[in-house]
Design a protein around this ligand. Structure first.
Ligand code: ZN
Length: 462
């Protein structure tokens, strides 16, 4: 298929933007990219797909996500992180059954795909949710998923733990063996769209012994790791108190850092941490909405980028960012740094697109396959309609995408050469059914967790 007449933001080596461009896709691969006039002349027999008034760019990579949380959207508003987790989110998650987790995963994937996210990292999929259901949802939806299976062993459900976890979520060291088993069973399935990762809980939720063993297996088998870290200030204190060393010194010494690891949030960083992240080529997942809404702080993204640390962008789960709209995250990430540092030159739109595409692809270890529109890469791309009131006129397509576009402007989504969204509608899932099942699952979980009566705003609802 020859996709024609689009403005193409390629994110290739020279960062070409092609006006009236065309993209030739055969099976799952990009075969050619160039001007429409050139490609229609070169391939006269090829069927054409007109994308006039569209911007085409690589599918976006969300480097941090919790699929199960989409059915818990809005259940823990205006709370600090500990209360958000311990009183609401973990209580609900500790009551979720596999069919409900599957419904949540479908809701998440439908929202991501419709909003132009074609690849994501799931960071903490618990044993109780049923891993096979998550894989099934990836397979059916057509999205690309890097699925972090939880690794933890500390019994954090005891009263002495500051972050007391609901007993329904507590796992022991068997979690590592379970994750390896799921990796061996599913990694590379669905034409390579399913990747299986280790989703380690933070140090404090995992013993040094298990984190070391996990890191060693990860190196041996080439399994990638994702882990929340330094989200709020108290997370930094854990390293000082329990390990008597800096956070990244600890992580480096146990073999956790490296180019197969994506650390999430990383708000409370010091210079020594940044130096170690750079030398080990460890990746960062930046989630601006989540960090701001939970009052966690500001990840020093400009400083990380200046030190050549790779930073991707993510939405985090629906109870903290509320929507899975990566356009919103791109715009917000740029604006917050400009405001914080009184410097409008920080994080230009070009950098934001890189973070959402090629840098995300680097973080998930797929930069040779996705993240840019180049000959030989997998055909993962999106078409954004740009003749809406909030976008016109479009003088600079890169700025339009970052600061004047939202998830609802995405009209076409192609993953691995297959159309998953067309004319703004999902082609792989029945949207009405996904919504119905998501609402049903959410209500059932809140009722079972005895939270149903507690979830309301502060204004009287009649
Ligand atoms: Zn998270």
């Amino acid at each position: 298929m020859l996709y024609t007449h689009a403005t193409i933001i390629t994110v290739d080596q020279t960062r070409r933007v092609i006006s009236d461009g065309a993209l030739l896709v055969h099976d799952d691969k990009i075969v050619d990219v160039g001007k429409t006039t050139e490609l229609t002349t070169k391939y006269p027999e090829e069927a054409q797909y007109d994308l006039s008034n569209h911007i085409v760019m690589p599918g976006m990579v969300s480097t941090h996500m919790h699929c199960v949380q989409s059915i818990l959207r809005g259940i823990a508003e205006d709370r600090d992180l500990i209360s958000w987790m311990c009183d609401r989110i973990w209580v609900a998650q500790g009551n979720i059954t596999p069919p409900e987790a599957y419904a949540a995963a479908r809701l998440s994937m439908a929202e991501m795909l419709k909003g132009g996210t074609t690849c994501f990292i799931e960071s903490l999929w618990a044993e109780r949710y049923g891993f096979d259901g998550l894989v099934k949802a990836v397979d059916e939806s057509g999205i690309r998923g890097c699925l972090g299976k939880v690794v933890m062993d500390r019994r954090a459900d005891q009263p002495e733990f500051r972050n007391r976890m609901h007993h329904g979520l507590v796992e022991d060291r068997q979690s590592l063996a379970n994750a390896v088993q799921m990796h061996d069973k599913w990694h590379g399935s669905s034409d390579g769209r399913v990747q299986v990762w280790f989703g380690a809980r933070t140090p404090g939720g995992v013993t040094t012994e298990l984190l070391t063993e996990m890191s060693s297996i990860a190196r041996e088998k080439g399994i990638r790791i994702t882990m929340h870290c330094l989200e709020e200030k108290a997370d930094r204190d854990v390293f000082d108190q329990d390990f008597k060393k800096g956070p990244m010194q600890y992580c480096e010494e146990i073999g956790l850092l490296g180019d197969r690891t994506v650390l999430i949030h990383m708000v409370w960083l010091e210079d020594d941490d940044i130096h170690r992240l750079a030398t080990t080529r460890t990746h960062i997942a930046h989630c601006p909405s989540s960090n701001m809404k939970l009052g966690s702080g500001f990840c020093p993204v400009p400083k990380l980028l200046d030190n050549n640390v790779n930073v991707g962008i993510g939405c985090d789960g629906a109870p903290c960012s509320n929507t899975l709209d990566l356009f919103q995250e791109m715009s917000l990430a740029a604006k917050l740094q400009k405001g914080l540092h009184l410097n409008p030159k920080l994080l230009p739109a070009e950098t934001m697109i890189e973070m959402a595409t090629i840098k995300g692809a680097e973080a998930v270890g797929l930069v040779d396959k996705i993240g840019s529109l180049e000959i030989g890469k997998q055909a993962d791309f999106i078409g954004i309609k740009v003749e809406n009131l909030h976008q016109v006129p479009t003088y600079d397509p890169v700025s339009t995408v970052v600061h004047a576009t939202n998830a609802r402007d995405v009209k076409l989504v192609v993953v691995n050469g297959k159309v998953t969204v067309e004319n703004g509608q999902l082609t792989t899932m029945d949207e009405a059914e996904v919504i119905r099942e998501g609402i049903k699952a959410g209500k059932a979980v809140l009722s079972r967790a005895n939270l149903a009566d507690d979830i309301h705003g502060s204004w009287p609802l009649e």
